[in-house]
Design a protein around this ligand. Structure first.
Ligand SMILES: [Zn+2]
Ligand SMILES: [Zn+2]
Length: 476
């Protein structure tokens, strides 16, 4: 995949996905055997889970949070015994995870170059009893760590991102995402083993979220085909102890190249065909178009070129754009309108236009049943806040969006302490991603996805509901 193919992440939308009122599954009643796959009949009515989220980027600071219990306080759990094993396991390896996180943080590696992270993470998973496949599916820095218990169980997937950003290190906190996946996978696998529950836990180390679409390459190679669900977490700015389950924007990256003809800019300008003018006509046309698109759409780009001088009519220019909207479908509708602007530039200047399209990133399709389970844990078990920020804020994009269209997915955003104007993709965020407070927040978020994932393995009715929600709500 070309390195210009996709773009990275994001803060999250507070978009609420329209849909019918859904019925959420209730936890097993106390009378139930801990490992029977039943649920109570008195299920509650529950509206879609995306009615809450982190606040918008202008309200993103980690405000003073109330004192929270350091550990679970006996709230809801589908299976208390297995849940406690997950929690105690994750808490028990928290110190090791902290060291692992800082090792990765201190050696930031760019997309597809996460060799050190690949090595330390695979070594860690092996030391915790996982079967590891290094250089998974032909990608040098991808890996798979798996544990299976019994037979006939479902397969649960987690993802660990690893890549950093040019010049600013782990400014998206992927060191935290890496250990979040590790924590969840080890927590759930330990519960399966200890309680002899059938199932498989698969953690994929996914390269190149920032500009390489590593997950999409792995998806196309079949890495996700056996997953009953796949979960991961992502740190963002936000109020203390909060989480969000909004979506992200779908994006199509598009390069438009203009080929003209050089000429002396004063002696014989009529012999030239000006590619830079083509770029500027296009740029201006897109600026005009921007007024006629929805507030939730984004069209952003830059001009590039080579061999330019004021006394030469430029024969080459390139526009690199991102076309974003709340859904993949909307991006599809917006793209031809942007292309018409590029064509206008080419027509006006008699230059030749060619396109290079990147791989499309889909919006996040957060699974309703997984979301409600995660929310129950976050609120009911840990007493943590689920923020209710303003709706309609905008965010970036992630290659996990494509995963969420392929299998039931969950990608919660969770807050870590940040400074003002210190959100994702800033140097300050890289500093934030190394703090003990960020580590603690990551431990909670990883327990949240671990327990939602655990129920997929333990509760067939819940797994069916997850798939039902996936099929019913999947955007067309
Ligand atoms: Zn990012
Ligand atoms: Zn990121």
């Amino acid at each position: 995949m070309s390195e210009d193919s996709v773009s990275g992440c994001f803060t999250f939308l507070r978009r609420r996905r329209p849909g019918p009122v859904r019925r959420a599954l209730e936890p097993a009643t106390e009378a139930s055997s801990p490992h029977t796959h039943s649920h109570a009949d008195d299920s509650i009515a529950y509206t879609g889970c995306c009615d809450f989220s982190l606040p918008s980027s202008d309200q993103k600071l980690w405000l003073e949070g109330k004192e929270l219990p350091a550990y679970s306080w006996g709230g809801y759990a589908f299976d208390e015994a297995a849940t406690r094993t997950v929690e105690e396991t994750i808490e028990g390896i928290s110190g090791e995870l902290r060291k692992l996180s800082l090792k990765i943080h201190d050696r930031p590696e760019l997309a597809f170059q996460e060799r050190y992270a690949h090595d330390v993470l695979t070594e860690f998973m092996e030391s915790h009893g996982f079967k590891v496949v290094r250089h998974y599916l032909g990608l040098e820095t991808a890996w798979l760590a798996t544990i299976s218990v019994g037979s006939g169980g479902r397969t649960l997937g987690f993802n660990s991102e690893m890549d950093a950003l040019p010049g600013i290190g782990h400014a998206c906190g992927h060191n935290l995402i890496a250990i979040g996946g590790v924590a969840a996978a080890i927590g759930v696998a330990t519960a399966l083993k200890k309680h002899n529950l059938p199932g498989t836990v698969s953690l994929i180390g996914t390269p190149a979220e920032e500009g390489g679409g590593g997950k999409i390459i792995l998806l196309n190679k079949g890495a996700y085909k056996d997953f009953a669900a796949c979960l991961m977490i992502h740190p963002v700015p936000g109020p203390a102890n909060s989480t969000g389950l909004g979506s992200s924007l779908a994006v199509q990256r598009l390069e438009a190249e203009f080929a003209g003809h050089t000429a002396h800019a004063s002696a014989a300008p009529w012999e030239g065909r000006n590619a830079l003018d083509a770029a500027f006509v296009s740029y201006t046309a897109i600026s005009a178009l921007r007024q006629q698109v929805k507030p939730t759409h984004r069209i952003h780009g830059i001009v590039g070129g080579r061999d330019w001088a004021a006394n030469i009519i430029p024969d080459y220019a390139k526009l690199s754009y991102g076309i974003r909207a709340p859904t993949h479908k909307e991006v599809g509708a917006l793209e031809p309108r942007v292309k018409a602007c590029f064509e206008a530039g080419a027509h006006a200047t008699n230059t030749k236009l060619t396109y290079n399209a990147g791989t499309a990133l889909y919006d996040l399709f957060q699974n309703d049943a997984l979301s409600s389970e995660y929310r129950r844990t976050w609120e009911g078990r840990y007493g943590r806040a689920v923020a209710t920020g303003p709706s309609g804020s905008l965010g970036g994009s992630t290659d996990f969006g494509n995963i969420s269209y392929a299998v039931p997915g969950l990608h919660p955003a969770y807050a870590i302490p940040t400074v003002e104007n210190g959100g994702n993709h800033t140097r300050s965020f890289a500093d934030s991603a190394a703090t003990p407070e960020a580590h603690t927040a990551t431990i909670y978020a990883s327990k949240g996805i671990a327990l939602a994932g655990l129920r997929v393995l333990l509760d067939k009715d819940f797994a069916d509901k997850v798939m039902e929600d996936f099929k019913a709500g999947k955007p067309q």
